[in-house]
Design a protein around this ligand. Structure first.
Ligand SMILES: [Ca+2]
Ligand SMILES: [Ca+2]
Ligand SMILES: [Ca+2]
Ligand SMILES: [Ca+2]
Length: 320
């Protein structure tokens, strides 16, 4: 789900709490109508272009990411610490968070603490659905005998530590807030793209040969797909996407390089989403959306990824 959609849904949940009489769908439409006027149609000419849509999607993502990072940064209570500048002298006091503290709070080893964490993390999920760290609401580390669940938690710990080390420019174990953001939202920086590709391969590569076969690819998509997974046309479209676009050298598997184009596409994802929304809602094909066009297709604007799924020749990979 796109973060903009999550933000909009979160606004509506708050609105429902304030106005329990109105139907949630009406509240959602009211909110969307307000967003069209105040945020999308920036030149106030009564219609929304691809450029305006793109800017709105990007701004919504940026603000949702910042909000999530702020909230988590405060939760972990960073400490003031001497940080050396890149020249290596004149240490400066900065707010930083150490890996050990993050690890102990995020991967606690007592059931009681875990229960508290689960409640907190479920709240966080609302705001960070695009982040793999939301898998963290699980159970106990280091229990014996190892269960599948504890094994996967250990996997997550290993992956999280790898993200941490990649984000930690001066390798002292401490992250500043901007670096911490990379751990929570690695998709926001090129610096993290290799780590992200590696994580994706590890998640999908069941036979551990370092590449993703068509079977492994389809098994992963079926796991993250909705009810469309039962539609033979959907499976066929995914297979043909794999064969025609992703598997560039046609050897039947996705290498790390091929995975990179899928996980970190070289195009602007906001522009791509904007064009998808345009193609869904632009009835008279003038590359502009009236407010009515948007309200008539409000479900796609509440969750722009729906438009993406509808055009299933595209990549179904937005749950990462
Ligand atoms: Ca406009
Ligand atoms: Ca550091
Ligand atoms: Ca494999
Ligand atoms: Ca290949």
């Amino acid at each position: 789900m796109h973060v903009a959609a999550v933000t909009l849904l979160a606004c509506c949940l708050l609105a429902v709490a304030e106005d329990p009489v109105k139907r949630p769908e009406d509240l959602l439409k009211d909110k969307l109508s307000q967003i069209v006027d105040e945020e999308m149609d920036t030149d106030k000419d009564g219609s929304v272009t691809v450029g305006e849509l793109q800017a709105w999607l990007q701004a919504a993502q940026v603000s949702a990411v910042e909000e999530n990072v702020d909230r988590q940064w405060r939760y972990y209570e960073p400490e003031l610490h001497d940080v050396l500048s890149w020249e290596g002298y004149n240490p400066e006091k900065k707010e930083v968070l150490h890996w050990d503290k993050y690890k102990n709070l995020t991967f606690p080893d007592s059931v009681h603490v875990v229960q508290t964490m689960i409640i907190m993390l479920i709240q966080l999920i609302m705001f960070s659905l695009s982040c793999p760290l939301t898998y963290l609401c699980c159970t106990v580390l280091n229990q014996e005998p190892p269960t599948e669940e504890s094994t996967s938690l250990r996997d997550i710990l290993v992956k999280t530590e790898r993200r941490w080390k990649t984000a930690d420019s001066n390798e002292d174990g401490y992250l500043e807030k901007e670096e911490f953001k990379l751990v929570l939202h690695p998709e926001e920086s090129d610096k993290m793209s290799d780590v992200l590709v590696l994580e994706t391969i590890e998640d999908m590569d069941s036979d551990k040969n370092g590449e993703v076969s068509l079977d492994e690819y389809m098994a992963h998509l079926s796991k993250v797909a909705g009810p469309e997974r039962d539609d033979p046309a959907w499976a066929q479209a995914q297979q043909s996407n794999f064969a025609s676009y992703l598997d560039k050298n046609k050897d039947g598997s996705l290498s790390r390089e091929e995975m990179k184009e899928w996980v970190v596409p070289p195009y602007d994802r906001y522009e791509a989403d904007a064009w998808r929304l345009m193609s869904v809602a632009d009835k008279d094909n003038d590359a502009k959306l009236s407010k009515q066009d948007i309200m008539d297709h409000h479900e796609y604007f509440v969750s722009p990824s729906w438009a993406r799924e509808e055009q299933s020749e595209g990549i179904k990979h937005d749950e990462f």
